[in-house]
Design a protein around this ligand. Structure first.
Ligand SMILES: CC(C)(COP(=O)(O)OP(=O)(O)OC[C@H]1O[C@@H](n2cnc3c(N)ncnc32)[C@H](O)[C@@H]1OP(=O)(O)O)[C@@H](O)C(=O)NCCC(=O)NCCS
Length: 192
């Protein structure tokens, strides 16, 4: 399971490899990607992509984080990851920390608007429920991230409140929209 590749209609979700480092730096280093996340720094330091990737194997082994490279025709187009709540960004209250994971994602700007986030996230949600045996998923987005919110709502997530959280890239606290924990039933009802 640690090296699992998930295939969807157009995409393959696979573990990151060292050679993905420069593409990670290019896409995550884009201001319009970094500024919508809590943790991605801006500017993105040279070499930080490879260092980030080098930490993945241990994170998968200890179950704290399952990051997937989202690829289309063997080209890296983005990232979708499942974090345990200690590594998470949004800090919602959940029924049980152990059976809940947080969904995080970005798509490189050249690939926006093609439905890749929708397709990759659907696969990651299924992985969380079917392979990791989780019962709930949480997610959130900055209040001005209408695009991310739209994709979350397409997958059955419902708004559950808001809070201020730090954006590393913006260097300030930003208002966030928090999503209530998504259950398998709510996901199945909305499946896209
Ligand atoms: C958010 C993000 C992942 C979306 O990726 P994407 O592959 O372009 O998304 P998709 O094409 O699957 O879907 C986008 C949906 O949002 C809709 N959308 C786009 N811009 C929108 C806007 N300003 N307001 C509302 N909906 C919008 C699209 O119409 C589409 O919905 P539809 O399929 O019903 O038409 C991408 O823009 C990104 O990486 N942004 C920066 C990082 C980020 O925000 N990460 C998430 C942190 S919470």
């Amino acid at each position: 399971m640690l090296d699992l590749t998930i295939k969807t209609e157009r995409l393959a979700l696979r573990p990151f490899r060292p050679h993905d480092g420069p593409a990670v730096e290019k896409f995550a280093g884009d201001w319009d990607v970094a500024r919508m996340t809590t943790k991605i720094p801006h500017p993105y330091p040279a070499g930080a992509g490879q260092a980030w990737i080098a930490a993945h194997a241990a994170a998968r082994r200890d179950g704290s984080n399952y990051p997937f490279a989202v690829t289309c025709e063997n080209e890296l187009v983005g990232c979708v990851g499942l974090n345990n709540l200690e590594r998470g960004s949004w800090g919602q209250r959940v029924p049980d920390d152990r059976t809940t994971v947080e969904l995080g994602y970005w798509i490189g700007r050249p690939f926006w608007g093609r439905g890749f986030a929708t397709e990759a996230r659907a696969a990651a949600i299924e992985f969380a429920f079917d392979w990791l045996g989780k019962t709930h998923l949480v997610a959130g987005c900055f209040k001005d991230n209408a695009c991310s919110r739209r994709v979350l709502e397409k997958h059955g997530f419902a708004v559950d409140g808001s809070r201020m959280l730090r954006s590393a890239a913006q260097g300030r606290d930003v208002e966030c929209t928090l999503m209530a924990p998504l259950t398998r039933d709510a996901w199945a009802a909305k499946k896209v």
